[in-house]
Design a protein around this ligand. Structure first.
Ligand code: SF4
Length: 97
């Protein structure tokens, strides 16, 4: 485990037990998932409130176009929240802000 209780850095207070060996972030294992560490309004301005100590699955998820490639997981999440998948044409102007 990656939580502070097991010597890791992820705050255990922000996790819940998934099974005897694994935890997940509070709010992510529900029908309408929303991590309780997510700050802001999805689709407007949102960010991870524990970015520096986020768990490994969050490190593994590549945001679309951040490294020049699309992200199927990112697209899936955007569609679930009523947004279009991020295209490169949408991404580039966001980087100039
Ligand atoms: S990146 Fe942050 S807000 Fe997103 S799921 Fe991971 S811990 Fe939660």
């Amino acid at each position: 485990m990656e939580t502070d209780l097991a010597g890791g850095i992820v705050p255990s207070a922000l996790t819940e037990n998934l099974d005897p060996h694994r935890v997940n972030m509070h709010g992510t294992n529900t029908y309408e998932p929303r991590c309780k560490s997510l700050v802001g309004e999805v689709g407007k301005a949102a960010h991870c409130g524990i970015y520096e100590v986020r768990p490994s699955p969050c490190h593994d998820l590549q945001p679309a176009w951040e490294y020049g490639e699309p992200s199927p997981q990112c697209d899936k999440a955007r569609i679930k929240h009523g947004m279009q998948p991020l295209t490169l044409d949408m991404w580039e102007p966001l980087q100039r802000r």
